[in-house]
Design a protein. Structure first.
Ligand SMILES: CC(C)(COP(=O)(O)OP(=O)(O)OC[C@H]1O[C@@H](n2cnc3c(N)ncnc32)[C@H](O)[C@@H]1OP(=O)(O)O)[C@@H](O)C(=O)NCCC(=O)NCCS
Length: 395
């Protein structure tokens, strides 16, 4: 078996992945739920999903979130990378969707071993059905299918801490989003005004953005100088047939849990991303290559998606480089960090010195489905979290 679009083969990963490579038909996977309610759970066949099914799923989410995601978004998220491993579960009542719970397949390196994980996505239940146990029932239904497809653990970022505890997750409040305004204040204000929120919330958000802008103004003019960073085309991140791709991105820092940056993953996630435009930078010191960063751009928002260096000076060089190349053209600059990591105090100081502030803190939630990873997995200290884990999925 080989995924043609992403050139990924299961030989890279441990055996259980293959043993469980079974696709059940939609009929087989349809289940009538326990007496909690008369809803009905169902698995959507992702590789074979029809336009009508995709439109129905999108309409459900777009209405609830005031969003405008298109079939192209959905297809990129679920069908363009390991689609046969993705799980999309829905709860229906009287034929209409009342809830969804999905898992996107993401290969991970856990203590040097590659295992398949699932990113918990699209957790949503209509308000009138909440608090009745329907989502717990749908979640367990989805988990059974995840196990069948060889997903060894589930993870996600969420504010819904109490709900995810009930779904059997460990909750670690370690995810921090750092932001600072860019020089393009007008775009920042217009995008806040267009947010699907109450007028009072939008006005408050615009006021905060204005204050932040003037607070950061001196930074626009007097930035520290970064080390010389070399720009490299993102197409070079993929080794291709030559198998040659050096770089700190691929060696990765000594971390316990990180995304497996295979060619297929990088092509899908970075170099051929349909909505985010990525750029890459490398820096060198006397010992050779010493730092690597990825920056994503979308609608005048720039994010430092990957930020790894061998020491504080190299991390600083990459951060300053990000600020200098992004601040004048964009409305907002963001960085996602794991406050549980050992080097977090250093990163925090660097961010503060560049005018960033932590604007949102949320939870990393983890559920082990294999019972062999427990321990390593549930300790967030070694999780190499960054923007690549989350950005671009729910645009
Ligand atoms: C998350 C959700 C599916 C859970 O449904 P449920 O299992 O029926 O449980 P409830 O809605 O009763 O929520 C359980 C608890 O989680 C809390 N919670 C739910 N969504 C939350 C959110 N986005 N942020 C913070 N807390 C949240 C609820 O307030 C509730 O707390 P309580 O136990 O103190 O009353 C449902 O609340 C929902 O669809 N919320 C909106 C979408 C959402 O927030 N999804 C999660 C984003 S990853």
């Amino acid at each position: 078996m080989m995924c043609i679009r992403c050139r990924w083969t299961p030989e890279n990963v441990e055996g259980s992945f293959l043993e469980n490579d079974i696709l059940l038909s939609r009929q087989e996977m349809t289940q009538f739920s326990t007496p909690i309610s008369d809803h009905r759970n169902e698995i959507i066949d992702v590789p074979g999903a029809t336009d009508d099914q995709i439109r129905e799923l999108l309409a459900f989410h777009n209405k609830a979130w005031g969003a405008s995601r298109t079939p192209a978004h959905w297809r990129w998220e679920y069908q363009d990378f390991l689609p046969e491993k993705a799980v999309v579960a829905v709860a229906r009542k009287d034929g209409r969707i009342i809830g969804t719970q999905c898992a996107m397949p993401v290969p991970m390196k856990v203590e040097g071993r590659v295992v398949l994980s699932g990113k918990s996505e699209n957790t949503l239940l209509l308000p009138e059905f909440r608090g009745l146990g329907i989502m717990e029932d749908l979640y367990e239904f989805m988990v059974e299918e995840c196990k069948v497809r060889g997903l060894r653990f589930l993870w996600g970022f969420t504010d819904a801490e109490r709900a995810f505890r009930r779904f059997g997750f460990f909750v670690h409040p370690v995810v921090e989003i750092w932001s600072r305004p860019g020089f393009d204040l007008a775009t920042g204000l217009v995008s806040r005004w267009r947010e699907p929120r109450a007028i009072s919330r939008r006005v408050l958000s615009m006021g905060k953005a204005g204050v932040d802008f003037f607070r950061t103004l001196p930074r626009f003019l007097s930035n520290d100088s970064g080390l010389g960073a070399e720009s490299i085309p993102v197409s070079q991140l993929v080794a291709g047939e030559s198998g040659e791709r050096g770089g700190i991105l691929h060696r990765g820092p000594a971390s316990v849990v990180g995304q497996e940056l295979s060619d297929g993953f990088l092509e899908w996630r970075v170099s051929r991303h349909p909505f985010l435009q990525y750029t890459a930078r490398k820096i060198h010191d006397a010992h050779g290559e010493a730092g690597f960063s990825l920056v994503s751009l979308h609608q005048k928002k720039a994010a430092l998606s990957y930020w790894e260096g061998t020491d504080e000076g190299n991390l600083k060089g990459l951060l300053v480089n990000f600020v200098q190349m992004s601040q004048f053209k964009n409305a907002q600059l963001t960085v996602l960090t794991n406050s549980g990591r050992d080097d977090h105090p250093m990163r925090r100081d660097l961010l503060l010195r560049q005018g960033f502030r932590p604007t949102h803190c949320t939870n990393l939630v983890i559920r082990d489905l294999s019972e062999i990873l427990t321990g390593t997995l549930l300790e967030p200290t070694g999780w190499l979290l960054n923007g690549l884990w989350t950005e671009g999925y729910a645009l």
